[in-house]
Ligand binder design. Sequence first.
Ligand code: SAH
Length: 233
Amino acid sequence: MTSLIKKCFEKCNLKVSEKQINDLSMLASLTLEKNQLLNLTSINDEENFVDKMIVDSALLLLNIDLNQKFVLDLGTGAGFPGLVLAILSPNTKFVLLDSTTKKINHIQEVIQKIGLNNVETVSARAEEYIDVNREKFDLVVARAVKELTILLEIAVPFVKNGGSFVAYKGQNYLDEINKSKRAIKLLNCSFVQAAPYTLPISNEIRYYLIFYKTASTDLKYPRQYSKIIHKPL
Ligand code: SAH
């Protein structure tokens, strides 16, 4: 798997060390192995995993400098994009948050096996974790978590004033942006850009939606989860 990962990163012009390639390869093997037992992701074969999980998570680094930042991966699942970004950005501190304890336990095992020292994990719902972590992060990232309107309400309150939120999205991002106009305004952020990127094996085109936080978010957000879901902003 290491040669496949190396080739993919070369194709995408992203510089990675031999050690980082080995760590990413270990992450892929450990996740695929555990997947049979825990149902961590629907992607089961090495090529697709490298393309759609590892490289997809990493390509954010072509656009955004994470150096010295404090980053939250909201709804990290089995650790994506958080673990990939943590391997590639050793000077950046990460919190990986998910409400599913079995996934967080798996991530803990992976962190220990790889020997990462810049990652903390939290098993909680975002609407609970916000209590003592409001506006603490320079950057919040989220991949494959809910529709954009809902995601913005749970994610933006964690971002510092002047910080950013990045959502990894597919082809129909424009539709989601249009539906989220009101939420963007109410949460005091602005939509900066949709940065396109191409996956190296499947050639699929995906987008990072980048939001900038312009002012503090009103303490009434996020609302209770049932309200967020049933009455999106
Ligand atoms: N980011 C991962 C996982 C996506 S699945 C990936 O790209 O592979 C969505 C994850 O979000 C699930 O693991 C789910 O448990 C988590 N999640 C959804 N709503 C959440 C919330 N309100 N608080 C914390 N985690 C949440």
